[in-house]
Design a protein around this ligand. Sequence first.
Ligand code: PLP
Length: 375
Amino acid sequence: MPRPISATISLSALTHNLAAVGRGLEAACTRDGRKRPNIWAVIKADAYGHGVRNAVPAFAQADGLAMLDFDEAVLCRDLGWAKPLLLLEGLFEPADVAVLDRYRLASTVHCREQIDILAASKVSRPLDVFVKLNSGMNRLGFAPGQYRDAFGRLQALHERGIVNIVGKMSHFARADDDPEATSRQLALFLEATRGLPGALSLCNSAATLTPTLWPALPADQDQWVRPGICLYGGSPFGGRSAQELGLLPAQTLAAKLISIADLPAGASVGYGYTFTAPAGMRIGVAACGYADGYPRHAGTGTPVTVDGVRTRLLGRVSMDMLMVDLTPVPQARVGSRVVLWGEGGPSVDEVARAAGTIGYELLCAIAPRVPKFAV
Ligand SMILES: *Cc1c(COP(=O)(O)O)cnc(C)c1O
């Protein structure tokens, strides 16, 4: 028998979340009389741990898919995806150009070296590119003072039939928690790209879900938003739950109890004895540990459900197991279902908070040894 742990991926939740994001954009755009942006569904990191093979059919209504691994982009084509695909970090070496060309992949261009590679390349038809501006995050992109020059070099490559410039892009550092910092990035972007042709692509999940940002965007230019986490049912915001945002969890991590014990007062639990029973109590051992991708930093009190009843983790998470408080679940038995996060359990964001991280990290950290089932 396999070890009793698995991750269930809900295709209908993925589809629901994409539709919810689309409806939100539609409503915001109708209100201020602008065109609804196109949606790149971001499926990097194996679709945030949900599996590219699951994401491609579930996101059939997206206008394009965005990722950063070439293998994932090629897999999308092999699975029959015919609409645009965007590589968010663009090409890494000269050999990548042939893959962009063969599979009709759009590329981000964020540095001089990438333009040098393109300038020395031969292609069968021009490659679609989005030119990235560093508007303050200082991760990828041309500095505002270099942007026009880079854009000009790409326009020269357009003359030579090597690229088609389809867009200008940037990325927000604080769309989840600081509207003023985001507005400054946006103003800088609009200034640096003023008058240059092409669509705009700026918004991650947090910005896509913040309609107050929208009036500052030019209504007469095409836009592509790039939501990721919200499509998987995670919240990009510390203070607003996915549920409040109308999103459904797409990944459910569940295991079973493999042992139950009654502890006397004063007995301790797990490595380091970090929890000691104040009185007699019953505990259960679930077949899930940090080698499955559950965060070791989640301590006593982290929410979990057993047979649908909400309870808490006790002591330290070990490699293959964790212990839970069965006080509120007297009917629990060996074999009882334990939901670590997802449908019928705590949200991944709640567990992440208890572990001092974010839902993103947990969703994409599910270990390869955990079998995934799409439903
Ligand atoms: C990951 C990523 C996104 C999606 O971010 P979310 O916060 O998950 O919505 C968008 N754009 C770029 C460039 C990214 O790397």
